[in-house]
Design a protein around this ligand. Sequence first.
Ligand SMILES: Nc1ncnc2c1ncn2[C@@H]1O[C@H](COP(=O)(O)OP(=O)(O)O)[C@@H](O)[C@H]1O
Ligand SMILES: [Mg+2]
Length: 344
Amino acid sequence: MISIEGLTKIFSTTTKNRITAVDDLTLDIKEGEIFGVIGYSGAGKSTFVRLVNRLEEPSAGKVVIDNQDITTLNSNQLRLTRQEIGMIFQHFNLLWSRTVKDNIAFPLEISGVPKREREERVGELIKLVGLAGRENAYPSQLSGGQKQRVGIARALANRPKVLLCDEATSALDPETTNAILDLLVDINEKLGLTIILITHEMHVIRKICNQVAVMEEGRIVEQGDVLDVFLHPKQRVTKKFVEQVMGTEGEHNGVEELVNMYESGKIVRLHFVGESANQALISHVARSFNIDINILQGKITQMQQGAYGTLFVQIDGHTDEIERAITYITDETSVEVEVVRNVE
Ligand SMILES: Nc1ncnc2c1ncn2[C@@H]1O[C@H](COP(=O)(O)OP(=O)(O)O)[C@@H](O)[C@H]1O
Ligand SMILES: [Mg+2]
């Protein structure tokens, strides 16, 4: 649906000083996907997303949305096409002197929608984003989450096919972030909207994205299915992002000390790669076999596709029973088992 080819943006700050903010970027985004782009500050994420709706003019390359090359449009054509691309921002960019409903109506006024139709559409949008009762409030009277809901409603007013989100949750607390991410998933499903989501936070990617691209110095250094990238991060920068949510390998090293506290049984590393319920699995195994399972350490993270992460456990009981339990986990679940140590 969105096809980006050789996209490049060079800023000339002085005659001598040139910054390549986006460097020969090639990317395909499918219809209905929530596509995440992650990178540290200065990686070129905002520039990239502003090139997609041509808030920035590219130095080279193409952006094709629904078979239409955005980069060749004249300003009239561009104005129409922009209605199909909504955008939300970290700091909301609301009109402070307008009420909630007038903020949402603003893009409809610009595109010449008659008043009655506008009011009807604003009513629908207010409901969709969960702002009923706040129609006549001013932005200054709203919480951060509510402000972003206004931003989302306004971005959706002209029924876009694509929604660009530039750090849309970065100014929000964790709970509000989750609520806004849930709303994005909801509109993605209800409206079949394609979403490009820019962030520097891996938990945001983990929670709602299907695909992720990692940006560094204007380039995409790694890209793929979110689960694949979590399981097999290749680049240093990607590993650092995965560590944000998974904890570091260093934490796992500390397991040695814990292991030494046990005088019997087996120390086992359970590697979850998308199993649906980790808690349930462990209690099920402990109940089904005559063994005790102690969770020593580890970090499991819940992703859209299931649980992912590592748990170190100590399994105590008769050797045969432990073997049977391990065989069961290996054969009947997607969890990978590695015996770290036999405690004799
Ligand atoms: N208008 C501009 N003029 C000059 N340099 C810019 C401009 N916008 C961004 N840059 C530079 O381009 C690089 C990428 O910036 P940006 O796209 O904002 O990154 P990110 O959103 O990942 O933090 C940075 O080095 C930044 O300083
Ligand atoms: Mg940015």
